[in-house]
Design a binder for this molecule. Structure first.
Ligand SMILES: CC(C)(COP(=O)(O)OP(=O)(O)OC[C@H]1O[C@@H](n2cnc3c(N)ncnc32)[C@H](O)[C@@H]1OP(=O)(O)O)[C@@H](O)C(=O)NCCC(=O)NCCS
Length: 183
């Protein structure tokens, strides 16, 4: 299945993406905001490609012009999110390399993933979170039409050995259909 937008293509991560992943994931402004430490070596990035970015609905976000990976987007399915234990609900997670911030690329990617979640995967609800203080991610979620639900306090961030408050929002199938005027 080909997932694409005007500027982006989503595809599976490949081990040969390790150097591109390291380029963006070694930036301390990227991972820690999403709950994981900056990568320290290309080897670590390769390991993450093999063992972390291999979720069933996980994709490398690539520039259409050269197919190079610049970020990641994933529907975290049952068993991989604490927000639901249902087959027809999932959590959306994402990040993109700093050189690409501020161009509306993540909202563009999120809109396509929502279409994929509801149309192709039959989801009824897509949950999403950001750690309190992450205004950039908050803006992406607002711009994409997610509705704020609650703030979970002192959520474990295991890879960083700390606890944070996490603001949780939701897009239901009904919200998505009415936003896209397909009802
Ligand atoms: C959050 C993130 C995905 C946003 O992606 P993006 O493609 O830049 O999204 P947008 O272009 O829509 O910008 C979103 C907001 O970021 C802010 N922003 C954009 N570029 C910025 C920059 N260079 N520096 C600081 N803030 C910036 C703006 O407030 C913008 O909102 P606005 O459109 O209302 O002005 C990206 O910043 C990122 O990957 N951050 C690190 C990892 C992370 O936080 N992941 C999410 C975990 S929940």
């Amino acid at each position: 299945m080909r997932l694409e937008t005007e500027r982006l293509i989503f595809r599976r991560w490949e081990e040969s993406d390790a150097e591109d992943l390291f380029k963006y994931a070694s930036d301390p402004d990227v991972g820690p905001a999403a709950g994981w430490p900056a990568h320290k070596s290309v080897e670590e990035s390769r390991d993450v490609i093999k063992n972390v970015l291999n979720g069933k609905e996980g994709y490398a976000i690539c520039l259409r012009e050269d197919n190079k990976a610049i970020g990641t987007i994933e529907l975290k399915l049952k068993g991989h999110t604490y927000l639901t234990d249902r087959d027809d609900e999932c959590e959306l997670g994402y990040w993109i390399g700093k050189p690409f911030w501020g161009q509306g690329m993540m909202p563009e990617a999120v809109k396509e993933m929502l279409r994929h979640a509801f149309e192709d995967c039959g989801m009824q609800k897509v949950w999403i979170g950001y750690y309190a203080g992450n205004e950039k991610s908050k803006r992406v979620q607002e711009k994409c039409g997610f509705r704020y639900q609650w703030t979970s306090e002192n959520v474990d961030v295991p890879l960083l050995h700390e606890k944070r408050n996490e603001c949780i929002s939701l897009m239901t199938r009904e919200d998505w259909l009415s936003d896209n005027k397909l009802k």
